[in-house]
Write a protein that binds this ligand. Structure first.
Ligand code: TYD
Length: 210
């Protein structure tokens, strides 16, 4: 049996990743593919409990401690879930992965990129996405989509300056990994976004449908 594929979904807050991931799951399942949806930070019991601490507005965490928590969660997630699923031939759809660490902790919070790249090299067992879909939407547009009465988490309370830097971080990653990361225009309705992604999948994994 061949290994499954790892597909990650990235973007700043409010770009509509979560709903789209569910439609993509249905699209792949309809083609006979076994699919598992997961997210970061989180994905395991251990990771989900640390996620609560990480996203809690009351938590006081330095940027580097935050980075290390995220990689601790990621290491557990890869060992316990992602690697075993991929080796069973299951496709894993992951809401955020390594690019978020470069964008949020590196560009957003100013942690030295060398440190983040070392953590990627040392603690992810070379488990790289086969495809990363970047939902392209600038903060000024994305923020109009935020529900008015949402109880914002530790990241969502940050300002436009932070999210503009995060966006720049994603642009940096896209330049460095243009073979892996594909950009879709997220300033469109759900159906349009879904169609853009299925086109990408059909192009990238066309051998699977033959
Ligand atoms: P998010 O997907 O936005 O969750 P939700 O849709 O429930 O709000 O992810 C939670 C936050 O975690 C998000 O603000 C980005 C942050 N994050 C990092 O800062 N670095 C990382 O490496 C990852 C994976 C996420």
């Amino acid at each position: 049996m061949s290994d499954g594929k790892l597909i990650s979904f990235e973007g700043i807050e409010g770009v509509g990743k979560s709903t789209t991931i569910n439609s993509i799951r249905e699209y792949l399942e309809a083609r006979g593919i076994e699919v598992y949806c997961t997210r970061e930070p989180g994905g395991t019991k251990f990771g989900e409990s640390l996620r609560d601490i990480l996203l809690n507005k009351k938590s006081v965490i330095t940027s580097e401690a935050e980075l290390l928590i995220i990689f601790s969660i990621r290491n557990q997630h890869i060992s316990e879930i992602i690697k075993p699923k991929l080796s069973q031939g299951t496709w894993v759809l992951c809401d955020r992965y390594i690019d978020a660490s470069i964008a949020y902790q590196g560009f957003g919070k100013g942690v030295d990129l060398k440190k983040i790249k070392s953590l990627i090299e040392l603690f992810t067992y070379n488990v790289m996405p086969d495809l990363t879909v970047f939902f392209d939407l600038k903060y000024e547009i994305a923020k109009k989509r935020f529900p008015k009465n949402k109880n914002k988490d530790r990241f969502e309370i940050l300002d436009s300056e932070f999210f503009n830097k995060v966006y720049d971080g994603y642009m940096y990653q896209i330049k460095e990994h243009d073979n892996r990361i594909s950009i879709i225009n997220a300033n469109a309705d759900k159906k349009n976004v879904f169609n853009q992604i299925t086109l990408l999948l059909d192009k990238k994994f066309s051998f699977l449908y033959k």
